[in-house]
Design a protein around this ligand. Structure first.
Ligand SMILES: C[S@@+](CC[C@H](N)C(=O)[O-])C[C@H]1O[C@@H](n2cnc3c(N)ncnc32)[C@H](O)[C@@H]1O
Length: 327
């Protein structure tokens, strides 16, 4: 896992997005010439560039057309870079179309990129006013469509399920009463008023609602579950799966997935011997949760909520889709 020099240290300070846990991710994937690795979340290409530099062939996915357009420019010199402007839940179909049936590694860094957050027009952040959008793919129903059209109960459920917002019903009622909402500023103010926010308080309560609505608009948890399921059948024995998540719900899904896949008997009878209840392990060498250290956090505060988990695919056949427990 250790690298003689830090890959992060080589990232320019004016990079549009500083990749999180870069050294740890690349160490986990162990790229080399001849290896085929999927970067499911290309973004500004922090991981992809390091994988290419190590000699690997990279199939890079992003549902955001801006990320793909940028990579067509900076990656133009690489014939080992294959770009897929698609959702990563479609990785199986996309690779089959490209004639690839097995891969040596897959990484997903499933947050929002700094380019997305920092562009007012994308509507991900409420620190600056912009259209209420939040769509990574720039198509389909937007956050405004959801806030203006969904039933009050559905809005409350999204806020509660994806952000554990205890005041979900009160906020949903306020959103419905304030329709139509068109900008991030309007939504933030509706949430703040509903929660009696005092300007200057340490944490803006709109943070949780924005996160929940973004997760819903982009079906982020459904995408993650589909990716984990497909990766299992694509990875060759010895192949590595590395997932960086930014949210406790996502990390819970990844942690539970690896636990189930490791063959450790889960929630069976305490009277049943483990050997009798355990399934063969489809992943081994499952890492603990890895978080950014102080040096990285000083450089990139956005890494604070990132968690990396990785594991090695065994030679046990992939479990049939229906047999896996839903996280
Ligand atoms: C945190 S950024 C990745 C940054 C990248 N690791 C880097 O170093 O530049 C996440 C990226 O994944 C993309 N993304 C998120 N969910 C996706 C999905 N389900 N399918 C495809 N791309 C997705 C986003 O559009 C965004 O560009």
């Amino acid at each position: 896992m250790s690298h003689p020099t830090s890959l992060l240290a080589a990232i320019p300070h004016d990079a549009p997005h500083i990749p999180v846990l870069l050294d740890e991710v690349i160490g986990a994937l162990d790229p080399a010439p001849g290896k085929v690795i999927v970067d499911a979340t290309l973004g500004a290409g922090g991981y992809t560039r390091a994988l290419l530099a190590a000699g690997a062939t990279v199939h890079a996915f992003d549902r955001d057309p801006d990320a793909i357009a940028a990579a067509r420019e900076w990656g133009a010199g690489y014939d080992r870079l294959i770009l897929h402007p698609r959702r990563f839940s479609e990785v199986g179909d996309a690779l089959a179309q490209a004639g690839v049936s097995a891969i040596d590694g897959l990484v997903a860094d499933i947050g929002v990129s700094s380019m997305q957050l920092d562009q007012q027009g994308r509507g991900f952040a409420f620190s600056s006013d912009g259209p209420l959008d939040m769509r990574m793919s720039q198509e389909g129903p937007s956050a405004a469509d959801f806030c203006n059209e969904a039933a009050e109960e559905e809005i409350a459920n999204v806020l509660y399920n994806y952000a554990e917002e205890r005041q979900s019903r009160r906020i949903a009622r306020a959103i419905v009463a304030a329709r139509p909402l068109e900008t991030t500023g309007q939504l933030a103010n509706v949430v703040r008023r509903a929660l009696g926010y005092k300007p200057g308080a340490p944490k803006d309560p709109a943070t949780r609602s924005f996160q929940a609505i973004r997760i819903h608009v982009n079906d982020e948890l459904g995408e993650l579950e589909a990716l984990l399921a497909t990766a299992e059948s694509l990875l060759s024995p010895g192949g590595r799966l590395a997932i960086v998540s930014f949210h406790s719900l996502e990390d819970r899904i990844v942690k539970q997935f690896f636990k189930d896949a490791s063959g450790v008997a889960s929630a069976t009878s305490r009277y049943m011997p483990v050997a009798a209840s355990a399934a063969p392990a489809v992943y081994s060498h499952i890492s603990k949760a890895i978080r950014a250290g102080e040096v990285e956090l000083n450089r990139n505060p956005r890494a604070r909520s990132a968690t990396l988990r990785f594991a090695t695919r065994t030679d046990v056949p992939a479990r049939p889709a229906g047999s896996r427990r839903r996280p």
